[in-house]
Design a binder for this molecule. Structure first.
Ligand code: SF4
Length: 272
């Protein structure tokens, strides 16, 4: 890692590293205009209101984080369900009835998930920020959980979306690969395994990286960043309207949106 965030480029000229998170790079891929709204425009344009599925995901993440900070004897399944209530926010739901119904569902997810967790295991990190530099980038990100198993670090990312992810998604995730690289640099221990823990289905998608697959993700991150930087210097942020517009925080102000903004509760899964 670089303490100063500056390095010498190939032509001998000092070059500032581009600081970014996986989310920033993914936002560029989603839609360059959304990237402009999110990272370039000053003052920042108004965003849409909260989403129900985001409120639900936050409550689950916060409950699981706090659960691991409790004394081991208090880490029960039921305590996890209680923590969901503690962290619940009803923003983004249609009404109180819908909010309560999904809160109950989130409690069930957490209770079930924790039946498979050993309360005596201490994670190496909880919502831990990790970072690493590459030739051109200063990458950082916050990891839901970092475990240590068999002498290696393991990246754990909680998912609460509709669809269970698979191994291909775990291996193809730029964010998870960057977390693995960052965790290894930050905590000075080997990290190759990344896991997506899907609470609604109580399934795990696991992928084990090697040097080559991590290097490919770094190259990809550098390509995306180079594209975003070049477009920024030219003020060129071409909108790519599509299905994401319905859930874009800027759909209400974007003249390129190709559909009406979805209802705040549209991302909730009625069948989960
Ligand atoms: S509404 Fe659609 S086109 Fe506009 S910024 Fe968002 S994703 Fe891009």
């Amino acid at each position: 890692m670089s303490g100063q965030n500056v390095q010498i480029s190939f032509d001998g000229m000092p070059e500032k590293l581009f600081s970014c998170t996986p989310y920033r790079l993914e936002t560029w891929l989603d839609c360059p205009k959304k990237y402009r709204y999110t990272y370039i425009e000053i003052p920042k344009p108004p965003r849409g209101g909260p989403w129900g599925h985001t409120s639900m995901g936050s409550a689950v993440h916060n409950a699981l984080r706090e659960w691991f900070t409790l004394p081991q004897e208090q880490r029960t399944d039921e305590k996890g369900a209680e923590l969901v209530v503690k962290h619940w926010r009803s923003e983004g739901f249609r009404d109180d009835e819908q909010s309560e119904r999904y809160r109950f569902r989130a409690q069930q997810w957490v209770r079930q998930y924790l039946t498979g967790v050993n309360p005596n295991d201490e994670p190496r990190g909880l919502e831990r920020t990790v970072s690493a530099t590459t030739e051109r980038l200063s990458l950082s990100g916050r990891v839901d959980r970092i475990d240590e198993r068999d002498g290696e670090l393991v990246i754990v990312d909680y998912k609460t979306g509709k669809r269970p992810p698979d191994e291909i998604e775990a291996g193809g995730s730029l964010a998870l690969a960057i977390y693995a690289i960052g965790a290894e640099r930050t905590l000075r221990k080997k990290c190759r395994t990344v896991e997506l823990h899907h609470l609604p289905s109580d399934t795990k998608a696991v992928y084990r990286h090697d040097e080559a697959s991590l290097a490919r993700h770094v190259q990809r991150a550098e390509r995306i960043a180079a594209e975003a930087l070049a477009a920024t210097s030219q003020g060129r942020f071409t909108a790519t309207p599509g299905a994401l517009c319905g859930y874009c925080d800027y759909a209400r102000i974007c003249t390129d949106a190709d559909r009406e903004p979805a209802q705040p509760w549209a991302g909730l899964d009625e069948n989960s």
